[in-house]
Design a protein around this ligand. Structure first.
Ligand code: ZN
Length: 153
């Protein structure tokens, strides 16, 4: 799979946060604000992306970057506290990690599929696989330490 890791023509696949197209982007350009050729949105814009059942699959299985998904609900106080932490983390790690959120009231099928019993629950995905999960609200530094421990190097 990763035989050309050192090559300049290396590229990654990024799911567009706006139209959810999957865009091939040269790896050495990810820091240069690449845009989606279809809808012109900035691809790695450092914002949390709201995901539904279809865009969830695109982002967590078709893109190359790991995706952290926050399973939340509007009535959940700790989820509200997590929101700025996730915004900050999305911005800080924009070229390395995508962050999505799934409203568990609107997307009950997804919540069921991943057996979400309490919210917020954070699940880290890459290549369609669950790498790690964390239940309960965390502050920015705890989240950062947790991510550094579970993100692929
Ligand atoms: Zn797009």
């Amino acid at each position: 799979m990763n035989t050309n890791a050192a090559s300049a023509t290396d590229s990654i696949l990024v799911a567009c946060p706006q139209c959810h197209s999957v865009v091939r982007t040269p790896s050495d350009r990810v820091g240069e604000h690449p845009k989606c050729p279809k809808c012109k949105a900035q691809l790695l814009d450092g914002h949390v992306v709201a995901l539904d059942a279809a865009s969830f699959v695109t982002h967590t299985s078709k893109g190359s970057l790991p995706v952290l998904v926050d399973f939340w609900a509007a009535w959940c106080g700790p989820c509200k506290m997590m929101a700025p932490v996730l915004d900050q983390t999305a911005q800080r790690r924009a070229t390395k990690l995508q962050i999505g959120k799934v409203n568990t009231d609107e997307q009950q099928e997804l919540a069921g599929r991943f057996n979400i019993r309490s919210i917020p629950t954070l699940i880290l995905f890459q290549g369609g696989r669950e790498l790690a999960r964390h239940s309960g609200a965390v502050d920015a530094s705890t989240l950062s330490r947790w991510l550094d421990g579970v993100l692929p190097r």
